[in-house]
Write a protein that binds this ligand. Structure first.
Ligand SMILES: C[S@@+](CC[C@H](N)C(=O)[O-])C[C@H]1O[C@@H](n2cnc3c(N)ncnc32)[C@H](O)[C@@H]1O
Length: 925
């Protein structure tokens, strides 16, 4: 069940008469428990309650009670030994009149009237396995409203299928935006009477719903005509109570889809919600999911949360405004200057969705302005911050509509908050007419036409906000001397994830620079557009983006282009986990990057630790890997820096599967014991090594070919390889047909092989390097160091190496992608003494022997972060200790410090080297 479905079930439960015996089961059912689970609880089989209630292990202990006994019952639930034994996360007591509950993990409580408990359903979402951030938990209203609108939308499309076609979707979206406005307006006194819209529809439309569309259409028409013109416009008197709204929201066609009886009752029901509670930061993101068939269930919950939006906006410009406010104290002139400055700040989000960055920026600025006005004794002064200074581009029509609405609602709510309901109402209608959210492709529009140089541009001629063609990118709002801040969370789309249109956009943006953009994430285009804009109009910008933009291959492709424009990184949040709704956001790691051409302030680097704590420090420069240090780009090298052994990819079988064998296939070859020993080897790629499940292969030295060919099973396989290679489309492949008994390479070790898988899950705390005996073969699915000294295992197994690989090689989805030429060959190791090497050898042996002690546990099992054995962790800790002391004489404090040191050393070790053409040519993997 998703959050909307749960909310609906919970609301339905609250509306039913309270049944003391049944309530606990009905409550659990509303949170998605299956009938079989409930049956077991009812029978007592899984009910662990010691208070006559219902106790579901690891979840909740519920007790219903006599009237007036709720608080005591909750205390009893809390004190109950069974609650602790069953590790219940929640306790809940109710008598059908009042309702109390506690989250035993956080200590948060809910106490409300029984009929209101659905307002707190977000509090209990963990019961359904949905972990949410606080803001979603507290957005019961927005979830409820979205769920109801969702149902209405689907119901209307059933009866009006043509409104669902591509051609009419914009009309449908516009209709929904109008409805939302009406619901908001009738609950906030914007309309002259509470519930004016809903009650008018109810009384004027027939209960069989046959004329509902006509009644709504008439109301919409009325709101587009000034009072004086209504009689002439044929507006019936009953619609006179509706105000003139303008702003384009009600201009254009007033056509309304036809309503079935069900749709009409949904509409009336939606009207009964308390729309005052709408939160435009979050509502827009949720509501936009209504219009997207495949998004509906997800509720738009992968939207950017407010704390994450503030990670962009605060360092970009809000912190500075707040500092200026603090500096100004009560000095009226300084306060006035700040207010004047703020009135000219433009905030521009070129992938604005439903406008959440703009809404938050607006609300935060209004808060600062309100404080200025308070200190200047002008508390109810009209705001000087024009909504028109908050601009956006959005590709999809519905979010663009909603963004406009969200900003209007935010403005009204801020006016009510800071100036009072009366003043807010006075200024609200008619709506402003300027078009400040463009619907279009941000990568094809000239941003200067949306945020022109201050004081220039073409005056927008359109007469209203909502009917202005959404793709009309012409805006000019006088803003002389103003600042422009570009922000947002543009779409990421990594390699292999781009649509053909997005690939064309990439070519459009990067083509002129001759950059191979295949590796660059789509979001990289927004950085390019922003610096291009910055070359023409002074601005600073910051985006949330995938961390891959600052890792591996993408860095040397994208960042030199950005830096050469004179921009530098002014602040950065290093990688942090994206968390709104855990079940919908698993695995996304993002960064926030701010760029500016301004050099007066030192750059600031922010880190978010696993427990959410935030640290920041000023540094002299932030490079493209988001590390404090000089700007440099780590490029592939054909041989290792310093004295490390060379690392190669293993052997490519190129065999159509005929040289490789499963265990049972060995017997089918009919080899003698002696020949089996000579011809068959274990072979490991990444998967085989990590899961300790080797395959086997024919390994035939030239000297053994004659003897091997006498075995029919072997000869048949060799022939099959020859046939397969002869069919190869490339010369190299066909040439290999001349020695079909062998793999493309025939690398093997005399003593041992150090194996390093090509990819490894990012959840593992260390890279899964290993040691194989000399007879084991490594396939091209892994890297190998043949006969290399064992201390090199210590290097690869270290935390230092892992953070380097994660940064310079990048990731493949959620796996580290190892590279010999980009990761191993570039890894800076300081000169090692014989003693250092001996110490590291001991550490490596320790790690390997500790693993052995856990035989038959596989590497995958041993490095599972949840269950990694303590002695293995300790062996790695010792290894890190010894290696890190070699680098700086102590342990590093954190990964940030590790990277800073590595980059510093890398810069020193490569100084004056450059990358030779020969090196580049040799560097292939
Ligand atoms: C990751 S969402 C962020 C939206 C919003 N800030 C939020 O947090 O929900 C990216 C937005 O960019 C829009 N988008 C995608 N490609 C675009 C393009 N080429 N031009 C403009 N907007 C685009 C998407 O429709 C989506 O609304």
């Amino acid at each position: 069940m998703n959050a909307v479905e749960i909310e609906e079930a919970v609301s339905a439960l609250a509306e039913k008469p309270f049944d003391r015996a049944e309530f606990p089961y009905a409550f659990l059912e509303a949170f998605g428990n299956k009938q079989t689970t409930l049956k077991r609880l009812r029978s007592g089989a899984s009910n662990k309650s010691d208070l006559g209630g219902v106790l579901q292990t690891n979840n909740i202990h519920i007790a219903t009670c006599d009237p007036g006994q709720v608080t005591v019952t909750l205390q009893a639930l809390k004190a109950s030994p069974a609650t602790a034994r069953a590790k219940a996360k929640f306790i809940l007591a109710t008598d059908g009149d009042s309702f109390e509950a506690e989250d035993l993990t956080s200590g948060e409580t809910v106490a409300c009237a029984y009929r209101d408990f659905p307002d707190h359903f977000g509090f209990f979402l963990p019961l359904a396995g949905i972990t949410t951030v606080k803001q979603i938990r507290e957005s019961s209203f927005d979830i409820k409203a979205t769920g109801r609108l969702n149902r209405l939308y689907v119901e209307l499309l059933k009866d009006n299928p043509e409104w669902g076609t591509a051609a009419r979707r914009p009309d449908m979206n516009h209709f929904m935006a109008r409805l939302i406005f009406c619901f908001f307006a009738e609950n906030t006194d914007i309309f002259s009477r509470p519930l004016l819209f809903t009650s008018t529809v109810q009384t004027m439309s027939a209960s069989d719903s046959s004329n509902t569309h006509e009644v709504i259409s008439t109301i919409f028409r009325a709101m587009n005509v000034k009072a004086a013109d209504r009689a002439a416009g044929g507006i019936p008197r009953w619609a006179d109570a509706f105000p003139y709204v303008n702003g384009g929201l009600f201009s254009g066609s007033a056509e309304v889809p036809r309503f079935s009886r069900i749709a009409r009752s949904y509409l009336l029901h939606i009207g009964s919600l308390d729309w005052k509670k709408i939160n435009p930061d979050i509502f827009g993101s949720m509501i936009q999911a209504v219009a997207e068939d495949e998004e509906r269930g997800a509720l738009g919950m992968h939207y950017t949360s407010v704390p994450n939006i503030l990670k962009v906006l605060n360092p970009l410009f809000l912190d500075d405004l707040r500092e200026r406010l603090a500096e100004a104290g009560d000095n009226p002139r300084k306060l006035l200057n700040l207010r004047n400055r703020m009135a000219k700040i433009r905030v521009f989000d070129p992938a604005c969705g439903s406008g959440n960055f703009l809404v938050i920026a607006y609300k935060e600025m209004r808060a600062i302005e309100a404080e200025i006005n308070r200190r200047r004794g002008e508390a109810d002064r009209r705001s000087d911050i024009p909504l028109t200074n908050f601009r956006g581009i959005e590709l999809r029509n519905f979010p663009a509509e909603i963004a406009r609405l969200a900003l209007i609602i935010a403005e009204f709510q801020c006016d009510v908050l800071y100036r009072g309901q009366k003043e807010a109402l006075q200024d609200f209608l008619p709506l402003d007419t300027e078009n400040w959210i463009i619907c279009g492709n941000a990568l094809r529009l000239d941003w200067l036409s949306i945020c022109p140089l201050t004081g220039t541009g073409v005056k927008l001629q359109a007469d209203d906000l909502f009917s202005t063609p959404l793709d009309q990118a012409q805006m000019d709002f006088e803003n002389e001397g103003g600042e422009t801040y570009i922000c947002g969370n543009p779409p990421y789309a990594g390699k292999g994830k781009k649509t053909p249109q997005q690939i064309e956009d990439m070519e459009f943006i990067f083509g002129p620079f001759g950059v191979k953009h295949g590796y660059i994430d789509y979001v990289g285009c927004w950085f390019m557009k922003a610096v291009e804009y910055g070359a023409r109009a002074k601005s600073a910008f910051a985006f949330v983006t995938t961390n891959s933009l600052c890792q591996g291959h993408q860095v040397p492709l994208l960042w030199p282009l950005l830096f050469r424009t004179g921009y530098r990184i002014s602040f950065a949040y290093t990688s942090f986990k994206w968390a709104n709704l855990a079940s919908h956001n698993a695995g996304v790691t993002v960064v926030v990057i701010g760029l500016s051409a301004e050099t007066r302030k030192l750059p600031r680097i922010f880190t978010v630790s696993a427990d959410g704590a935030q640290l920041s420090k000023e540094v002299s420069n932030i490079n493209a890997y988001l590390v404090a240090g000089p700007n440099l780009f780590v490029e592939k090298r054909s041989d290792p820096l310093g004295g490390a052994a060379s690392m190669d990819l293993g052997n490519m079988p190129y065999d159509g599967g005929h040289l490789l064998l499963e265990r049972h296939e060995i017997a089918e070859l009919g080899l003698t014991e002696d020949l089996e020993k000579k011809l068959i080897r274990r072979i490991y790629g990444s998967k085989e090594f990590i899961s300790d499940n080797p395959r086997y292969c024919l390994w035939i030295e030239d000297s053994m070919l004659v003897e091997a060919s006498k075995v029919p099973g072997v000869a048949k396989r060799i022939e099959a390889v020859r046939a397969m290679r002869l069919k190869s489309p490339d010369n190299g492949g066909r040439a290999l047909a001349a020695r079909p008994h062998q793999m493309r390479e025939m690398y093997e070790a005399q003593h041992h092989t150090i194996i390093m898988p090509r990819t490894s899950s990012e959840s593992r705390p260390y890279l899964p390097v290993g040691l194989l005996d000399a007879r084991s073969i490594v396939s091209s699915e892994a890297f190998a160091l043949f006969n290399a000294p064992i201390w090199q295992v210590s290097i690869i197994a270290s935390r230092l190496h892992l953070v380097w690989i994660a940064t310079v090689c990048g990731q493949l989805e959620t796996r580290y992608r190892y590279s010999n030429v980009l990761g191993w060959n570039t890894f800076p190791v300081p000169p090692l003494t014989a003693k250092n090497k001996a110490d590291l050898t001991r550490c490596a042996e320790d790690i390997l022997l500790t693993r052995e002690a856990h035989y038959p546990a596989t590497v995958a099992e041993l490095y599972d972060p949840e269950s990694m054995p303590a002695d293995l962790r300790a062996a790695h800790e010792r290894n890190d200790e010894v290696l890190e002391r070699i680098y700086i004489g102590r342990r590093f404090k954190n990964d940030t410090e590790r990277l800073e040191k590595l980059f510093e050393l890398y810069a020193k070790m490569t100084a004056g080297q450059g990358t030779t053409k020969k090196q580049k040519a040799k560097a292939t993997a």
